[in-house]
Design a protein around this ligand. Structure first.
Ligand code: ZN
Ligand code: ZN
Length: 216
């Protein structure tokens, strides 16, 4: 049975809901890519966003499944570069709230675990979202990686994300979105990191990722 999952920033100023959530309606994944790590450092939340392998856990769902009901004015958008993903966070307590593509037409958003409130029960997140389906971009993850970690982004995960987008269009779950306006423009003007800023935050990332990234 699909359920509603409450969304809440750490301080509680920003609140909302993710609707029609079920293990089949989204993709629960852990991303270790250098950009997700860099972002966690840029907003100053790396210690509680990233796991020990530099992974960020997100639940990807359709844009229109997400509604922000309180504190919308706290939403900010950060891009690591001019063409980078639009990463939304809250100004009040720097909680990462949603990772969107660079265009609203790709109607999928990854909600980072910190922004989802499953209540006090242990295991509630597993019950609500199902198990983690993929650990991706392990090439950037420092330390001993969990078994089954994919070094890059496997096709199966791309297909799952595409299925969410297709389902979103089919069910009319594309709009409205707290992150984009009617014309598909970001709800607030994104801040784009300068090359220097990005480099500074990248230096804080896990050593494996940094070395491999510099080697590219
Ligand atoms: Zn807050
Ligand atoms: Zn990532």
């Amino acid at each position: 049975m699909p359920i509603e999952v409450r969304l809440r920033c750490t301080c509680g100023k920003v609140r909302g809901v993710a609707r029609a959530v079920s293990p089949n309606s989204g993709v629960r994944a852990v991303c270790m890519c250098i950009d997700c790590q860099t972002y966690a450092h840029a907003i100053g939340r790396s210690s509680d966003v990233l796991d020990k392998n530099g992974g960020t856990e997100v639940f990807q769902l359709a844009l229109g499944q997400v509604e922000i009901q309180e504190g919308t004015e706290q939403l900010r958008c950060l891009r690591l570069g001019p063409k980078g993903a639009m990463r939304w966070y809250t100004e009040c307590c720097k909680t990462p709230a949603g990772n969107c593509a660079s265009s609203a037409r790709i109607a999928v958003v990854g909600i980072p675990h910190l922004f989802m409130d499953h209540g006090p029960d242990a295991g509630a997140r597993d019950r609500d979202l199902g198990p983690v389906l993929g650990r991706v971009q392990g090439q950037y993850g420092p330390g001993q990686l969990p078994p089954g970690t994919h070094p890059k982004f496997p096709l199966s995960m791309v297909l799952r994300a595409m299925r969410i987008v297709a389902r979103a269009h089919l069910l009319g779950l594309v709009k409205p979105s707290p992150f984009f306006d009617e014309r598909g423009q970001p709800a607030v003007t994104p801040r784009v990191l300068s090359k220097e800023e990005r480099a500074r935050f990248r230096e804080m990332c896990g050593s494996a990722g940094l070395t491999r990234d510099q080697a590219r």
